[in-house]
Design a protein around this ligand. Sequence first.
Ligand SMILES: NC(=O)c1ccc[n+]([C@@H]2O[C@H](COP(=O)([O-])OP(=O)(O)OC[C@H]3O[C@@H](n4cnc5c(N)ncnc54)[C@H](O)[C@@H]3O)[C@@H](O)[C@H]2O)c1
Length: 354
Amino acid sequence: MGIKLGIVGAGTIGQVHAQTAKRLGVPVVCIADVNEAAAKKLASAEGVPNTTANPAEMFADKEITAVIVGVPNKFHKDMALGAIEAGKDVLLEKPMALNVGECAQINAAAKKHGRLVQMGFVNRYSPVAQSAKSFVDAGELGRIYHAKANIYRRRGIPGLGGWFTTKALSGGGPLIDVGVHIIDLAMHLMSFPKPLRVSGKVYANFGPRMKNYLFESMWAGPPRLDGKFDVEDAAHALVRFEGGLTMEINATWAMNFPANSVQNLMGFFGDKGGMTFELGGTSLRVATESNGHNVDITPTLRDANGWDEQLKRFVHSVETRTEPGASGAKGQIVQSIIDAIYDSSEKDREVEVG
Ligand SMILES: NC(=O)c1ccc[n+]([C@@H]2O[C@H](COP(=O)([O-])OP(=O)(O)OC[C@H]3O[C@@H](n4cnc5c(N)ncnc54)[C@H](O)[C@@H]3O)[C@@H](O)[C@H]2O)c1
C-alpha cells in the first residue's frame, strides 16, 4: 500500500508540507489543528478531504500510514508519541522536542513500535548542501577538523510575544529555532562526530524591550505586545567533538550588525581542502588540491527543491522501511548539543554534552 499522510498543524509550516505533498502527488487524507478553521482553510486550498480539531482522532484513522507534525515545539513529543503508538511513521518538524529527554522518549517509542522518525532538517536537501556533501564524500576536503555554522537575523525575532518567544512552548530562542538547522547541517557534513563538550553563551538584549523593539521582519507576526519574551535572542558557542574536531555556532534573531556585514556562512575546513557556502544560497566554493596544485572550484549546482527532496526521502524510507538519513537518533544528538549550550550559558563555563 502506498503512503497516505495526515498533517498535524495547519500553520505556516503545515501549509508548506500540504503544498509540497500536492506538488508531488503524495495523498494527504486529513489535516488536524486545534484551530479547525485553519485546518479547513488549508484542506480546502490543497484538496484534502478531511479535517479534525482532535489529532488523536486522526491518529486512529487506519487509512493514514504516516503523519507530518508541524505544531509548536512543546507539542512535538505528544504528537509524535500519539502518531507512533497508533502505528504511524512520522516526519517531525524541528526541533525534535523541548529537550533531549523528550527526544529519547520519542526514539524509544519508535523502536518499540517499529516506526520510522525523520526530522524536518530541510536544509540538508538544498542544492548547495547536497553539492557540498558530494565534495565531502568524494574526499576533496580530507579530514574536516573545524566547521563554522552561522545563521543571523539582524532584527528578525519571530512572533514576538507569541509561542516562539515563550519558553514553555518553544524551549528557547534562535538556538533551538534556527540554530538546530545549522547544527544538523554542519554535523551531517562532518559525518556526525560524537560531541563531547560545549562552551556557550546566550543573550536577550532585544526581546525584553517588547514595545520599543524596532524590527525589520517578523515571521509569524504581528507582535503581541502583551505577550511573553523569556527566551534568548542570540546564541554563540564552541563545540568540541571526539577526535579533536570543533564547530563554532552563531544563531541570532537579533544582533546589531551593519547591513551586509555578515553572512549565514557555513564553512568546513579539512586537511586537504575547505568549502564555504551561504545557508540555502546558490553558490558553493571549494578549495582543494589536485595534481600537485591548489585549485578553487565553483561547481554548477543541480536544480532541486529542498521541500520536495525532504518529502521524497521520507516516502522512500517509509515505503522501503529504511532508516532515514535525518533520523530521530540524529535529532536527539543535535538536541543534546542545544541542551548543553543552554546549560553552559547558565553555568558560565564549559560543560559536558550529556
Ligand atoms: N523546517 C523549517 O524550516 C520550519 C519553518 C517554520 C517552522 N518550523 C517548525 O514547525 C512548527 C510549527 O511552526 P509554524 O511556524 O508553522 O507555527 P504556526 O504558529 O504558524 O502554526 C502552528 C499551528 O499548530 C496549531 N496547533 C497548536 N497546538 C496544537 C495542538 N496541540 N494540536 C494540533 N494543532 C496545534 C496552531 O493552531 C497553528 O495552526 C514549529 O515546530 C517550528 O519550529 C519549521
